[in-house]
Design a protein around this ligand. Structure first.
Ligand SMILES: Cc1cc2nc3c(=O)[nH]c(=O)nc-3n(C[C@H](O)[C@H](O)[C@H](O)COP(=O)(O)OP(=O)(O)OC[C@H]3O[C@@H](n4cnc5c(N)ncnc54)[C@H](O)[C@@H]3O)c2cc1C
Length: 438
């Protein structure tokens, strides 16, 4: 036993439920996974640590769904959850569908889950794997009722960080291959009272514009202490409201509780300086105020699991169609934020990125090495640091969830392990649902 550790007394733990498919985390990936598994007829339980479903999309106060996929559950999600009441005259109808009304989204996500027959446990942390040999046979969870076990034929880790996959012994690395450095964290913020007719949105890192005292990005670097200091201001569906992606914490690990706590504190400390900069220097913000901040900090990057297959930046650049594809028609750029300060990392490219066709993600990226009974979906799948900066966006994560949910249901009904599932069986179901490489 390690020095300073204690041995917990043995205890009897109740079995809360036994299911076909257990989904851990209700972000875009977990949402897609749980609904899809349940629609395939699997008895499905979705466990979420916070009090809301949607993950970074809702509790992370995300501005919009960015990047794209066609033909999968992502399209259904935006068609069912977009705000039908608000209207931002600067956004066309197509753009309006991608901007998030968080409260509408939470309610409609719950509706989708209920309709599909997903059983939901909120405010419940997935804590420890329950192993039978090298097979994950269930997960210990903790909530208001105490500690219990959920037995499952197949579990899908959609916690973003892959908490249970890591504790089950699935191999992974963190961050950048060269040094393990991870992308910064950001607490998203909604600001009200903005005269949006007199300001400009700043969607991409390469974007800038002139305010009375000069270039807005140069001025922000001079006025806002690092590692914040880059201006990203997104529209919203509400009148006079914008979303700021401007707090920034570098050199922290989103799987470390002390780092996470410190990151929340630093982001909140940066906020008054960010607001003062906008109010003083940016036309349209004179009377603005902080409407709300996210209840969960946005963690961009932590663990990359090593799967049966690994997707790379070359696969993305060449829009590769893998024969064993599980996600099709995925589009985005390489979105690597500066790992040590404000702005974009030198390897990230947004506007300069060009790729005519979408790429695919092979099924093997969702299947971790060494552990059976387990699939991965969302930002923790098997890919390189640079590839991850592309597939981590929510549309792609939601469709990974769809693929993992269907695969898990097929494995559960067929009594096989995820690594034994022929990709063609998954593709048959996906194709029937309208997902296929174009
Ligand atoms: C600051 C920031 C800005 C971004 N901007 C955009 C953007 O504009 N557009 C876009 O499309 N994407 C954007 N992304 C990327 C995208 O939001 C995430 O990569 C995506 O949400 C990942 O989806 P996920 O389902 O894997 O994880 P998450 O969305 O992180 O969901 C994970 C869920 O699991 C739950 N959970 C975690 N651990 C446990 C546990 N142990 N037990 C139970 N539940 C647990 C969490 O509460 C959460 O609900 C951004 C990300 C960040 C951080």
């Amino acid at each position: 036993m390690k020095e300073n550790n204690v041995m917990e007394p043995q205890r009897e733990t109740p079995v809360y439920d036994t299911v076909d498919v257990l989904v851990l985390g209700a972000g875009p990936a977990g949402w897609g996974a749980a609904v899809s598994a349940a629609r395939e007829g699997a008895k499905t339980l979705l466990v979420e640590g916070s009090s809301d479903v949607g993950g970074v999309a809702t509790t992370g106060l995300m501005s919009h769904w960015t990047g794209n996929t066609t033909g999968g559950i992502y399209e259904e999600i935006i068609s069912r959850t977009h705000n039908v009441y608000g209207k931002n005259p600067k956004l066309n109808d197509q753009e309006m569908r991608k901007y998030i009304d968080h409260e509408t989204m939470k309610t409609r996500a719950l509706q989708m889950m209920r309709e599909a027959g997903v059983k939901l446990l909120l405010n419940t942390m997935a804590c420890e794997p329950y192993m039978e040999g090298k097979r994950l046979a269930g997960v210990f969870v903790e909530n208001k009722s105490g500690r219990s076990l959920i037995r499952a034929k197949v579990s899908i880790d959609c916690t973003g960080d892959g908490d249970i996959a890591a504790r089950a012994g699935a191999p992974y690395f963190k961050g950048r291959e060269s040094d393990g450095a991870m992308q910064p964290m950001t607490l998203m913020v909604q600001v009200g009272g903005v005269d949006v007719e007199r300001m400009e949105y700043v969607y991409a890192f390469e974007d800038s514009y002139e305010v009375p005292e000069g270039d807005i990005q140069k001025l922000a670097r001079a006025c806002i202490p690092a590692p914040a200091g880059h201006v990203l201001v997104y529209p919203s569906v509400f009148p006079g409201v914008v979303t700021l992606n401007m707090t920034n914490v570098t050199g922290m690990d989103g799987t470390n509780a002390d780092d996470l706590t410190e990151a929340y504190i630093r982001c909140r400390e940066q906020l008054p300086e960010i607001m003062e900069f906008l109010q003083k220097h940016v036309p349209g913000f004179e009377n603005s105020f902080v409407l709300k901040s996210a209840s969960q900090i946005g963690v961009r990057e932590t663990r990359h699991f090593i799967g049966m297959k690994t997707i790379t930046e070359q696969d993305i650049l060449s829009a590769r169609v893998f024969p064993d594809w599980a996600v099709a028609n995925a589009h985005f750029n390489f979105d690597v934020h500066n790992i040590t300060g404000a702005g974009l990392d030198e390897t990230g490219c947004q506007k300069k990125f060009s790729q005519k066709k979408g790429y695919t993600i092979p099924y093997g990226c969702l299947v971790p090495q060494k552990v059976d009974g387990l699939l991965l979906a969302g930002r923790c799948i098997s890919g390189t640091h640079l590839a991850h900066s592309n597939y981590r966006v929510m549309p792609i994560c939601a469709n990974m969830g769809q693929a993992a949910g269907i695969a898990a249901a097929l494995c559960a009904s067929g009594g096989i392990q995820p690594r034994e599932l022929p990709a063609e069986r998954l593709q048959e179901r996906l194709t029937a649902l309208g997902v296929r490489p174009e």
